[in-house]
Design a protein around this ligand. Structure first.
Ligand SMILES: CC(C)(COP(=O)(O)OP(=O)(O)OC[C@H]1O[C@@H](n2cnc3c(N)ncnc32)[C@H](O)[C@@H]1OP(=O)(O)O)[C@@H](O)C(=O)NCCC(=O)NCCS
Length: 173
């Protein structure tokens, strides 16, 4: 298995892995992944795929965000992340997250946000120790986490996150 950046020709693979991973929510999350990949307001964006001899078995997207009025530096949100069911719990998700964070750090990213299960994302260093509010009210605030990759201290950044247009819909939050 290898991790690589996605190309325009990977759209079908990206759709398939989200349909497989997310069950009933699959069509909506697959639409989001493809919309984000093509969204000018999401750039710079990082789309990574995990690929085996069977094709795309995992996908992760980091799209640009900013916090108006703050000096937070280049920042991203991780969403969505999907691993094909038959490949789950084998470290594919971990490789996608860690590869993405390594690439973003090298590109000068400061903060990375995620809305997800704290039990999963805490292992990469994401935490709720920040003061940036999400674009919408969240039913589970403990799932709204941030990781610093640079010098910016998350606790010192205040404001409301602004994300790409395709992600800026209440159903995604
Ligand atoms: C969540 C997901 C991306 C994890 O990818 P993965 O390749 O299976 O995960 P890894 O192999 O890197 O890590 C497995 C570990 O994560 C844990 N884990 C997997 N999914 C989890 C979840 N939703 N919440 C908490 N922990 C989870 C497993 O228990 C396992 O823990 P262990 O290492 O202590 O045994 C994958 O299971 C998936 O695509 N799920 C369906 C889609 C989804 O929910 N995506 C949103 C992620 S917030």
């Amino acid at each position: 298995m290898r991790i690589r950046e996605a190309h325009a020709s990977d759209a079908q693979g990206i759709r398939s892995v989200h349909l497989a991973a997310f069950g009933d929510e699959g069509p909506a999350v697959a639409d989001l992944a493809l919309a984000l990949s093509a969204d000018e307001s999401a750039k710079p964006i990082l789309v990574l795929l995990a690929e085996s001899e069977k094709g795309v078995v995992g996908s992760i997207i980091f799209s640009s965000v900013h916090i108006p009025g703050s000096a937070s530096g280049p920042s991203y949100i991780l969403a969505p992340l999907a691993v094909a069911p038959e490949m789950q719990r084998m470290g594919v998700g971990r490789q996608l997250v860690e590869s993405g964070l390594t690439i973003l750090r090298a590109r000068g990213a400061e903060l990375v946000f995620v809305l997800g299960d704290p039990r999963y994302y805490a292992r990469f260093g994401f935490s709720t120790g920040h003061k940036v509010s999400a674009p919408y009210d969240l039913p589970y605030p403990e799932a709204w986490m941030c990781l610093s990759l640079g010098k910016v201290v998350p606790q010192e950044v205040k404001g409301q996150l602004a994300c790409a247009e395709s992600l800026n819909r209440p159903e995604h939050w």
